[in-house]
Design a protein around this ligand. Structure first.
Ligand code: NAI
Length: 231
């Protein structure tokens, strides 16, 4: 499995498998078939088999998947069996909300520090994490062996800060600013845009409503024709 390339589509689905497997583990389930997992996750069993076969086929015929093993292996693939040191740039609403969420640590993401330019925020402590000024950003990154940064600043500031982060050795940016970042090939960016997700939700609810409307109109048209026919 080592060094094997896994498709982006599969990687996108792995965190969801991981979450379900964690729930199974917590409820004491030791093994599960692709069919059972399929019912729980509302994904076809063949998709599950295909996805999981991608990296070595953890399933055994007639036995199903060993939950603990699969959970551990997926964790390794996602790299959350290691610790990742992280900084948050922008200690406003969103930055503080992320800092306040203790569960990231459970996954190995250790928030080492937060940075802001607002003097009223500098020096404050959020869940044990001190907010610092950006002057010592580069030094802090090096001293604390920081690899990842969450960017929760206005989009107008994002490019400049991203450049500084990259120069300081940051390899992964969790970008919340509403702008696409230009970074070198050896730096990865994961964009998180809640409003895009909300727009997708809007599209889905609207197309559902439109379809209901069309069906209602068709039904009414049919009744209308029947009435005309009778007269
Ligand atoms: P906020 O105004 O509460 O926080 C932004 C913070 O960044 C402020 O404390 C400000 O002093 C600081 N800041 C500004 N320039 C800086 C710099 N050069 N270096 C360090 N810190 C700097 O805003 P909020 O609500 O926390 O949103 C933060 C950003 O995230 C905004 O760009 C917003 O548009 C975006 N956002 C994105 C979402 C998403 O789903 N991607 C959801 C909500 C907000």
């Amino acid at each position: 499995m080592e060094g094997r390339e896994i498709s982006k589509a599969v990687v996108t689905r792995l965190p969801r498998y991981y979450r379900y497997l964690e729930e199974l583990l917590e409820s004491g389930v030791e093994r599960i078939s692709s069919n059972e997992l399929s019912v729980r996750m509302k994904v076809t069993a063949s998709q599950i088999r295909q996805d999981l076969n991608n990296f070595g086929g953890f399933g055994q015929q007639g036995y199903g998947y060993n939950v603990k093993y699969l959970y551990t292996e997926i964790g390794k693939i996602l790299g959350i069996d290691r610790e990742h040191n992280l900084v948050i740039i922008g200690a406003g609403n969103l930055g503080q909300a992320i800092a306040n969420y203790a569960n990231f640590e459970k996954r190995g993401f250790i928030i080492k520090g937060m940075f802001d330019i607002n003097p009223r925020l500098i020096g404050l402590v959020v869940r044990g994490i001190e907010i610092r000024g950006v002057d010592d950003l580069e030094q802090f990154i090096v001293d604390n062996n920081v690899q990842m940064a969450a960017l929760t600043i206005p989009k107008t500031k994002a490019a400049e800060i991203a450049d500084r982060l990259v120069d300081a050795g940051i390899k992964a940016i969790w970008n919340f600013a509403r702008v696409d970042l230009n970074v070198p090939d050896d730096v990865v960016v994961e964009n998180v845009h809640l409003s895009e997700s909300l727009m997708r939700l809007s599209y889905r609810v609207c197309s559902m409503q439109d379809q209901e409307e069309r069906m209602k109109n068709q039904e009414e048209g049919k009744h209308e024709k029947e009435r005309e026919h009778r007269h």
